[in-house]
Design a protein around this ligand. Structure first.
Ligand code: BGC
Length: 732
């Protein structure tokens, strides 16, 4: 497929960049490889105006707004010898101002179009603020919900994450020849295996087999490269002993060599000088030698490249050719996005922020991202049935106080004032039909003082009193926005503060409790699963949270999200993921000496792929196009999906396989295709899923990527444990 990185426009941009490069001094070249700006760790904005005259600034991060970016651009261009504008970047992760559900939530839609659309709007708003580049998507596979950054990615599965990776890249960059108006460059991060930090502790070592690295963690990056991702960010952690930012094997051999990446690599914030505390570099100069030498083209953030590369070049430790190649890549992108021809952005363009179209898109995304886990029939709360009744809406996250938390971490320039709370959403949807009584109940967290605990106990008593006079209770619990994201690892995934007591007390009223869980990551919901009347994981749904969630609660829309991370029974089960290997002693329950826990089941609370709807579906006439294929062949699976209920809804058809015997052991299940099908009540549609043999390839013990002949099982189901429709096929 043609992408911006293979287009004629790209070649033309490169040609122009070459001409410019030939006129540049070494100082000016190194400036293009240096990024400055507001530290994400503080609000201290530093524009380094004293660097302008020599041309020592190539890019900025985290500068907010069209006026500000234009202003800095103007000062820079007025002062430099060569008029090379700065490339402005930011962490536009799930929206710029209009905020969408978190990426993990987006993945639960099992609809890559949702991610494409969210990224497309995020790009438009970011572009209007003067940005040309986002540090997104994060395509790190995450199998451990203790890791707070699990909320930034697309879950535990390689195949699903790869589809979201390419969709997001296309959303940001568009599918044209260049990255033009309202489009920005994507940056896939964090290369590589950042999600595999041991113990779920952020920044910690990733230590894994080369097979796991190549078969599980790298394919989403390859998918993004193939979709034309212009940039990649190197990760903080060490991978099998070599820090990713100084890892020549990863940044050069794999990324550029094997994957064919043609853009440039930016380091993560401070990751170059962190090669020193890693114990990999002696000092800053050594760190620059190792990082730049490995293939890290641009440094975020600061002067180490400006300061250290000249002597490294002089000493012959870094070649001028390598510097030129890096600068050429940066300049090419500056030409490709039109920055060299028009360095400023129209300051009147920001009126699209929070416009109806964007808020509606956020609402539609949130419809598809919530996952209904339990429902005894209490949901939906249809307006007609609720007439004259009373709903108790409970929890810190339910009312105005919850707005900022429903936006989630990494929500760029989000705005609680432009966020619909659950209370507002529910009032709009049901306020005419019934009375809604909002009570705080308790906070997500509680300070550890006797006074604070007593205050929460009193507040819970008040909530219970109010709730006991209502017909239905809707309780919203979970995490505050800042409890997931970077550097927020947790060792215990149970509900914090007094939230557990609150739920128990509400259940004890005997009223039906609809529990909504808003969190960045999977939490432990084991104690509540069977006690509540309905349980819905709403994640952090973004600016239109309240509108979308009330659409789901009232049945205006049927839930269609499915889990993309396994939900553990207890924190001790993690890391937990569905595509594990079988072991020689799988837990069959026959004897004690099996691979299991003695104090806990090994099955999760909810499996990967799981999610309920208000309607039901049947799969009919499932057939394989053949039961054998060659190593370069393909099988298709065709079936009719029917909505057998009386409500419109969407089903996610999931295709899993198992390679029964391999030269290295193979996972018990692997997702290889899926399709989300929207069907009106009673409607049916034929669906065809493709299974090319190349999807079954893996790396053998000698690291050859092979498609191995042999027997496979294949399942078509509604989640990874659904084995009602089992088939066999063989690669010959
Ligand atoms: C994060 C990156 C982010 C960068 C810039 C780092 O701390 O790891 O994901 O893009 O900061 O804000």
């Amino acid at each position: 497929m043609n992408t911006i990185m293979t287009s004629r426009a790209y070649e033309a941009a490169r040609e122009r960049a070459r001409v410019l490069l030939a006129t540049m001094t070494l100082t000016e070249k190194l400036g293009q490889l240096s990024q400055f700006g507001t530290s994400i760790y503080s609000d201290n904005e530093q524009t380094f105006d004293d660097h302008f005259t020599e041309g020592k600034v190539g890019s900025y991060l985290t500068i907010k707004g069209a006026q500000r970016t234009n202003g800095i651009q103007h000062d820079l261009l007025a002062a430099t010898r060569l008029p090379i504008p700065a490339l402005f970047a930011d962490d536009v992760i799930h929206g710029y101002r209009t905020t969408f559900p978190t990426p993990l939530a987006q993945s639960c839609s099992w609809n890559p179009e949702v991610a494409r659309r969210c990224s497309e709007i995020a790009a438009k708003e970011a572009y209007r603020a003067g940005l040309k580049w986002t540090f997104s998507p994060m395509v790190d596979i995450a199998r451990d919900p203790r890791w707070g950054r699990i909320m930034e990615g697309y879950g535990e599965d390689t195949y699903l994450c790869s589809r979201f990776s390419e969709a997001t890249v296309r959303g940001y960059q568009g599918e044209g020849e260049t990255v033009g108006k309202d489009r920005i460059f994507a940056c896939m991060k964090h290369f590589a295996a950042y999600g595999a930090c041991i113990g779920g502790r952020d920044y910690n070592t990733a230590d894994m087999s080369m097979q796991t690295l190549h078969d599980v963690y790298l394919p989403p990056f390859k998918a993004g490269v193939d979709a034309g991702a212009a940039t990649v960010m190197s990760a903080f952690e060490d991978v099998n002993g070599v820090p990713a930012t100084g890892n020549r094997y990863l940044l050069t051999d794999v990324l550029r060599g094997e994957m064919g990446f043609k853009g440039f690599v930016v380091s993560d914030a401070g990751a170059v000088v962190e090669l020193i505390p890693h114990g990999f570099a002696e000092d800053e100069k050594d760190a620059v030698r190792l990082a730049f030498g490995a293939g890290c083209d641009m440094i975020m953030a600061g002067d180490p490249y400006n300061d250290r590369l000249p002597s490294l070049i002089e000493e012959g430790k870094i070649s001028m050719e390598q510097v030129d190649a890096s600068v050429l890549s940066v300049l090419t992108l500056k030409y490709l996005c039109g920055l060299m021809d028009e360095p400023y952005v129209d300051e009147d363009g920001e009126d699209c922020f929070f416009c109806d179209e964007h808020m509606d898109a956020a609402r539609m995304a949130a419809h598809e991202t919530a996952v209904l886990l339990e429902n005894n029939g209490v949901l939906p709360l249809r307006p007609a049935a609720m007439r004259g009744k009373k709903i108790a809406l409970v929890g810190q996250l339910a009312g105005a106080e919850g707005k900022s938390h429903l936006l989630g971490a990494w929500s760029c320039l989000c705005d609680p004032a432009h966020t619909v709370s659950i209370e507002e959403g529910l009032q709009n949807a049901l306020g005419d039909a019934c009375e809604i009584v909002t009570v705080r109940g308790c906070g997500v967290t509680c300070a550890d003082t006797a006074e604070a605990h007593e205050k929460e106990a009193e507040s819970i008593r008040e909530a219970v009193l109010a709730a006991s006079q209502c017909d239905v209770i809707v309780a919203v619990v979970g995490e505050e926005a800042g409890m997931s994201g970077e550097a927020y690892s947790r060792s215990d995934l149970t509900l914090t503060g007094h939230q557990g007591e609150l739920i128990d007390a509400l259940v004890a009223t005997g009223k039906a409790v609809v529990l909504l869980v808003s969190a960045g990551r999977p939490l432990i919901l084991t104690p509540y699963k069977d006690k509540v009347a309905a349980l819905m994981l709403i994640w952090q749904p973004g600016s239109s949270a309240g509108s979308a969630i009330s659409d789901l609660l009232t049945g205006a829309v049927s839930p269609s999200g499915h889990l993309t991370t396994t939900m553990p029974v207890c924190t001790g089960q993690v890391p937990i993921y569905y595509n594990h290997t079988n072991t020689g002693r799988p837990a069959l329950g026959n004897w004690p000496f099996e691979s299991k826990y003695r104090d806990c089941q090994i099955a999760p609370l909810y499996p990967f792929g799981y999610g309920l709807s208000y309607t039901s579906f049947s799969f009919e006439g499932i057939r394989l196009s053949a039961d054998t294929m060659t190593a370069d062949g393909e099988i298709t699976v065709t079936l009719t999906v029917r909505n057998t209920g009386d409500t419109d809804g969407a089903e996610v058809v999931q295709l899993y396989i198992r390679d029964l015997v391999g030269s290295t052991v193979r996972p018990v299940k692997e997702l290889k295709a899926f399709d989300k099908v929207f069907l009106a009540a009673g409607e049916s549609r034929e669906v065809t899923l493709r299974l090319p043999a190349s999807e079954l390839a893996f790396h053998d013990a000698a690291m050859n990527r092979i498609v191995e002949p042999g027997k496979f099982k294949l399942w078509v189901g509604e989640c990874c444990t659904d084995e009602r429709y089992e088939f066999g096929f063989e690669i010959v």
